[in-house]
Structures are given as C-alpha cells and as structure tokens.
Ligand binder design. Structure first.
Ligand SMILES: [Zn+2]
Length: 634
C-alpha cells in the first residue's frame, strides 16, 4: 500500500487516508464511511423495492409490510401535508393551553395526549434483578441540549450558541402557529427556565453509561409521594386497575427527590410552556415541508447537516422504524443467504469456544469465577440474520391513510406504548429481537445474555464469503468478539448468566478486574482528536469490548496456518473508516459511549504482541506503548 503515513505511526490513516480524502459526505448525512455506507446501501435497496411494490412490480403477502408501505406513501404525500399546516397538532396545543393549574392537569391525567407530555418519563422494561419479569421504570425527561454537561461552566460557549439557535427556531414556529410576540417570548423564557431545572436534576450521559447503577428499586407508594402533586397513582390504576406494581425502578433518584423543585404550582406556567414547545417541535417533522425544515434548524446545527433528508428518505426512515420487524423480515429473506448465516454462526461458536478456552487457562482468576464466566458463555444465545417470527404488536398497528401523518404517528406511538405497558405482568419473551434485520449494527443484550447480528451488517468490509478468513476475523470476527465481551465489560460483569444483576465474582477477582477497568480508563484518558478530548469513563465499556474482541480473534489467528496478520489489521482499520462533519464529531465526543473511530482502530492493536511483530513496530513509532502499559482484560 502506497501511503506517506506509516502503518507503525497510524494504522487508521495508513489504511483509510485515501478513502477519507476522496469521500464526500452527503448533504443530508452527518458522516460517511463503513457503517453509514452500508446503511445508505440498505436504504437505497429497500426504497427501490418499496416503490416497485407500490407500482405493482413486486408482491409481498405480509399485511404488516403493507401497512409500512401505507405509511411510506402517507409520508410522501407532501401535498396533503402542506395543505394541513398546523391543524393536526392543534387539538393537543389547545388542550395544553387550557390547563391553568395542576388540578386542571390532574383531571385529564389519563388522557393519552397529555400523559405523554409529562415532566418525567415512565416505561416498562426487563427487570434487571429478575430478567424473566418486567418492571416499571421512572426517569427524568431529556434536556433540550444533548447532555447535562452542556449546562456546566466549561461548556458555556457551546451552551449559548446552541440555545440561541434553539430559541430562534422555536420562536419562529410559535409565531407561525399564531402566538403573539409577547406570548412567544414568555413561552420561550419559561421553557428554557424549566429545562434548566431539569438539567440540574437528571443524570449525565457518563452517569447513564453505568447502566447497572440505574437499577434503584423504590416502593411504588414512595414514588407516588415523590411525584406529588401529579396524580401518578391515577395514571397507574388507569392502566393496571388494582394490580399496580409494588415497586418501581428509579433510574435517577436525584431527579425524583428533586421533582418538587421542578414541578409545583409556582412553576406550572413554565411547565406548560415547556410541554407546548416540545410537543409542537416534535410534531413539526410530520407536518408541512416548511415546518419540517424550520424545526430541524437546531438538529442540523448540532450535527452540521447541510440539508435535511429528502421526503422520500424521511418516508423510508419512518416506515422502516415504525414497522422495523416486518421490514427486517422482508430484507432478511431477500438479501441474506443461508450459507452466510451458517458460516457466521460457526464463526460465533468458534469465538465463544475460544473465549471459554482463554478463561479456562487464565492464570489469575480463581476457579469459582472462571466457572461462572464459562457458564455465561455456555448459555449465551445467538440471534443471526433475521427472526422468522415477530412481535404481535404489528397486528395492532393501524395506518389510516385518510388521516394526517401526525395523527397516524401519534396513534402508532400510543398503541406501542400501551402494548409495552401491558407487558408489565407478563413474562419476558427472550426470543424477541432487539434489533431489526435491516439495521447495520450488532448488539449484546445483558438481560437475555444473547448477541444479535442483523443481516445488514453481514456484508463487506465486515464480512464476505469472498474475503479471506483473516480479513473476516479482523472485521465481523472482532465485532462478534466485541459483542461477546459486553458480557464481561464494566457493566456486564455485574450480571450473571441468567441476565440478572448478581455478583458472581470472588472478592479478589473482582478487585483485580476493577483494577483492569481502571487501567483501560487510563489508556484512553487524555487522548484527543482534532474535535476534542475523549471521555475515558463514558467510553470504557465499549473500549473493553473492542479490546476483548481483538484478543479473542487474534487467539484464533494464532491457530491458523495461513493466518495473514497484515490483512487482519488492515481490515480491522477499514471497518472504522469514517469521515464526519466537525460538529457531529464534537457532539459524539460528548454523548457517545463509543470512542471516535480513529481511536477505536488505533488503540486496541498496541496492546497485542501480534501488532508489534506484524509491522515491526519499534519504540520510536507512534503506535508503540511500553509492555507495562499494555492492557488485555479477557
Ligand atoms: Zn459495543
């Protein structure tokens, strides 16, 4: 490979520089590269298919797929959307503005449209302490800015710039809606003030990334008391009758304890303005082209987008997210082969076996801990390609093609929320997929102890039957190892083989593990890119997973007579290829649990002897670190 950047100094740029220089970020995307390129490809293929099916050129039997197409058509009907203006959202706005006191609100508290404008969030999820069951969770609402850190002294310039854009955008929309200049100013001041209090109470992204710490059971009675003056009990009995849960999992205790400082009679007009702004802004993207455009100004600034996705792209994105499973099934059946499924499944099994072997021969861990870790691997489920069946929720969804797009979206959301809430007293369905087949991603689900590889990620550069085994190991192999490692990252280590929060470590072993986690934090602490510093704590679980993925795949490489380490490392670097808009890159540094791609490519290799041997990396090279600084956790 001809390149002025030496591989020993920068693997990522050595492999990707040419592609980065040549890449042009589409105006409607925040970035381009590996994952996004594949997503665009999937999007293009499926959009073409949708249009062909609509024209009668293709047949699909699944009635739920037809509903997705109805939604697709409805989004594309801009003539209808433009003619409706604000009309679809008017009813909700009127209702909100009628509330003059908390008592007014409480009288309508079980009305769907109002319930979902609450100053706190609640939902049903898998119970982390007993993963066979569901639990009810409560947390604070999101802030206007992407994270609470934006409200601190250190980020004041960013805060002011972003808030300025948000304020201007919201003012324009409120004015267009028909509010007077004075009303507009009051609503915005109120909303910003309410948001400021929220920001002082809710968790930061860094705190949220330690998800095992979000499990704080509290007696329902206490939660109801803390949420007073809101009649939360009424909301619960409306759903569950007498059968309300005994406890609720509180994600952020500080928020709940401080709730009364946020929500009280004195702040009530602030709350109404806040709810009004957020309802109106979130509605706009489903209204006319003009309103959609206007309401995206802030989001565009945040990621540096030049343009919004076309209406057709919006149609694809809404259809494919609201009807994810039926579309995933269609995609999987058409675009994913049995041979690839079998091949990658075997690769996963081999990686799990190798993981087990590595744990078995681990000289530091005590036998007791080893056995539990191996048990976790033995019981780990594999979801590969696409599921043959999907959740019955899709049978309940309706797309009324005569209604406005916004009304349809609200109805679908309400049905989904109701369906999820109704699961509270039912057992957890472990066969359910948490990621749809047309999504270019992969995941580990800690509460079901399984890994999911949607069909869409099983493509080059990650995977191909035409690539060498070394290349596939550096691509999808390392990704598989990454997902498995999540079972043993800083969060996963606190959960057992059944997906329950449970300490399965001996005291000494956990202490040692914790020390290694800290070493991993240290390895990333202080690293910067041209867009800012990396948050080593926010990204630690992902960094552990990358490290584990590399360790286990290099182990497999060591058993292969034809192992080609150059190809392995090159493909590893290639899968992280990306070119991002600067605003987007800076945003991700603040909110993403994954580190920047260039570091994900460049940091893990330097922990492994194979890296040094393959490219003869010396002390004077930039990708060298001293042996005592190298960290291998699994
Ligand atoms: Zn991950």
């Amino acid at each position: 490979m001809e390149n002025t950047i030496r591989v020993q100094d920068d693997l990522y740029l050595h492999v990707n520089k040419e592609a980065i220089d040549a890449a042009i970020i589409p105006d409607d995307k925040p970035a381009i590269g590996g994952f996004i390129n594949l997503s665009i490809q999937v999007e293009d293929n499926l959009t073409k298919d949708f249009n062909r099916i609509i024209k009668g050129g293709l047949q699909v039997q699944d009635p739920n797929f037809q509903k997705a197409l109805d939604l697709f058509k409805l989004v594309k009907n801009v003539k209808k959307r433009n003619s409706e203006g604000f009309k679809p959202v008017q009813k909700i706005v009127d209702k909100l503005l009628q509330f003059k006191s908390i008592a007014d609100l409480n009288r309508k508290i079980t009305d769907n449209t109002i319930t979902y404008a609450m100053p706190f969030e609640y939902w049903v999820s898998t119970d982390m302490q007993n993963s066979q069951k569901h639990c009810l969770c409560v947390a604070g609402p999101s802030t206007i800015l992407p994270d609470t850190t934006y409200y601190g002294e250190q980020m004041k310039p960013q805060h002011d710039a972003l808030m300025g854009v948000w304020t201007q955008m919201t003012a324009k929309i409120l004015k267009a809606y028909g509010f007077s200049e004075e009303e507009v100013n009051t609503h915005i001041q109120n909303a910003v003030c309410f948001d400021q209090i929220i920001a002082s109470l809710v968790l930061s992204r860094e705190q949220m990334s330690e998800y095992t710490k979000l499990y704080n059971p509290m007696p329902t009675k206490r939660v109801i008391t803390l949420l007073k003056p809101i009649k939360f009990k009424k909301v619960l009995t409306d759903f569950y009758g007498e059968n309300i849960p005994e406890q609720i999992i509180v994600y952020d205790v500080k928020f709940l304890k401080g709730f009364k400082t946020l929500f009280n009679e004195e702040n009530f007009d602030k709350y109404i303005s806040w709810a009004l702004c957020s309802k109106l802004l979130s509605a706009c993207k489903y209204l006319s082209e003009e309103l959609r455009d206007e309401s995206s100004t802030y989001q565009k600034m945040l990621s540096g987008l030049k343009d919004l996705p076309t209406i057709e792209r919006q149609a694809y994105s809404l259809a494919s997210s609201y009807f994810g499973a039926p579309i995933g099934l269609y995609y999987g059946k058409l675009y994913f082969g049995e041979k690839a499924k079998q091949d990658v499944t075997e690769m996963v099994q081999e990686i799990i076996q190798t993981y087990k072997k590595r744990i078995a021969v681990n000289e530091v861990l005590q036998e007791e801990t080893k056995q539990r870790a191996i048990k976790k691997l033995d019981t780990m489920g594999i979801k590969m390609g696409y599921p043959e069946v999907y959740d019955e929720i899709y049978d309940k969804l309706n797309v009324n093609t005569k209604a406005s797009l916004y009304t349809v979206i609200c109805e679908i959301s309400n049905t989904v929320i109701k369906h999820t809430m109704e699961k509270l007293h039912k057992p957890v369905d472990r066969d359910k997929w948490v990621m749809d087949a047309h999504v270019v991603n992969a995941c580990y689900n800690p509460t079901s102890n399984d890994i999911t590889f949607p069909a869409a990620i099983l493509q080059p550069p990650f995977y191909s039957l035409k690539q060498t085994r070394s290349e596939n190991l550096g691509g999808i192999g390392a990704v598989i190892g990454h997902e498995i490692s999540h079972a043993f990252d800083s969060n996963g280590a606190k959960i057992d083989e059944n997906g329950n929060l449970n300490n399965w470590w001996t005291k000494e072993d956990y202490k040692m593990f914790d020390k290694k986690v800290k070493a991993m934090v240290n390895q990333f602490d202080g690293l910067t890119t041209e867009h800012g510093a990396v948050n080593a704590k926010l990204t630690v679980s992902e960094n552990i997973a990358d490290n584990g993925g590399m360790a286990v795949t290099l182990d497999i490489m060591s058993t292969m007579p034809d192992a080609d380490y150059e190809k392995y490392f090159y493909n590893w670097a290639k899968i992280w290829f990306t070119k991002q808009r600067p605003q987007y890159a800076a945003l991700l540094l603040n909110i993403d649990v994954h580190g920047p791609n260039c570091l994900r490519a460049n940091i893990p290799p330097r922990n492994f002897e194979e890296w040094y041997k393959t490219f003869n990396v010396q002390k004077t090279d930039k990708m060298y670190i001293a042996p005592n600084k190298r960290v291998v956790i699994w």
